[in-house]
Ligand binder design. Structure first.
Ligand code: NA7
Length: 294
């Protein structure tokens, strides 16, 4: 398929690269010049990239970025034509997604939101999970692209519901990790080290994918970003905004937001969200250690 891929960040670049490897005809664009993908044409603007593409795929930071790429100067809207599909894998507001979809529908363009779960490693391996909102027909047409970059798709309903479900997913990751980090901090302070506690966690109902994935990094004290704290904070804020619009109260997440705010103020924005542990450690006056660090 002819695909325009816009946004070559941690997630977007390997996704575009996997599309090329699967034989699709890919044109890429990134706001900051100098990022490209081997085997893909580099476009000069979103409008240039989108011209003649069957699918215009976005993977950028936030709602404002999606809006400016679609509707800003030299944006995708300048070259949109009937029959094209916009596919957005950025995690943004469900309500904004519905608004953007309505704006492009007037030109006969279908809009599918497909945020992903899975980190940089899954993006590179082509094993992402897509959380999809949109009509059945465009989703069917997109299946070869999902197959080239991911391992599963879950349709949540019409456009916007992929984003809604994604926020419900990341809300859980943030809360589960916070529970894990608080448990490690308390246990360490009370004299039970992380490596003694972990086998117990793994053998009990407390075990989880989040803990399994994060524990080795925490034990090595490797807080380099697989999923940067600033993006998790963005998702927490999106979930709280969506909750406010829907008149839902999320007290646990409100508290976690404060911790992420403070961690960001401490300069940890570009580290992994696992670095929120360091704030708890600072307050407790302890450091969670693995064998190599002990
Ligand atoms: P990254 O690695 O922070 O990459 C973000 C990308 O978004 C990168 O290509 C940025 O371009 C682009 N960006 C950010 N703001 C803008 C604006 N205003 N206009 C155009 N492009 C922009 O994020 P990830 O790849 O980890 O994540 C992408 C999405 O998936 C995000 O929603 C996550 O929550 C999930 P730059 O290179 O800075 O010019």
């Amino acid at each position: 398929m002819r695909v325009a891929f816009l946004g070559l960040g941690i997630m977007g670049r390997p996704m575009a690269s996997n599309l090329v490897k699967a034989g699709h005809e890919v044109t890429v664009w990134n706001r900051t010049a100098g990022k490209d993908v081997e085997g893909a044409r580099s476009a000069t603007s979103p409008a240039d990239a989108a011209r003649g593409a069957e699918v215009i795929w976005l993977c950028v930071s936030d709602t404002k970025a999606v809006e400016s790429i679609l509707f800003g100067p030299q944006g995708v809207h300048e070259s949109l034509t009937d029959g094209q599909i916009i596919l957005d894998s950025s995690t943004i507001a469900p309500s904004a997604t519905r608004r953007f979809a309505e704006r492009v529908a007037a030109k006969g363009v279908q809009y599918v939101d497909a945020p992903v779960t899975g980190s940089k490693i899954a993006a590179e391996a082509g094993t992402l999970i897509f959380i999809v909102g949109g009509d059945e027909a465009p989703i069917e047409r997109l299946k070869p692209l999902f197959a080239a970059t991911g391992k599963k798709i879950f349709r949540m309903g019409e456009t916007g519901k992929g984003e809604a479900a994604k926020l419900a997913m990341n809300l859980q990751i943030a809360l589960i990790y916070e529970g894990f980090a608080e448990a490690l901090t308390l246990a360490t302070k009370l004299g039970v080290d992380a490596e003694t506690l972990l086998p117990l966690i793994e053998a009990s109902m407390v075990r989880s994918g989040v803990v399994e994935y994060k524990a080795p990094f925490v034990l090595k004290r490797d807080f380099s970003a697989n999923f940067p704290l600033r993006l998790m904070l963005k998702d927490i804020r999106l979930a709280l905004e969506a909750a406010k619009e829907a008149r839902v109260k999320l007290p646990g997440l409100e508290t976690v937001e404060e911790i992420y705010d403070m961690a960001a103020e401490d300069g940890h924005e570009d580290l992994d969200y696992a670095a929120t542990l360091t704030l708890l450690e600072k307050w407790a006056g302890v450091e969670v250690k693995g064998a190599s660090a002990a």
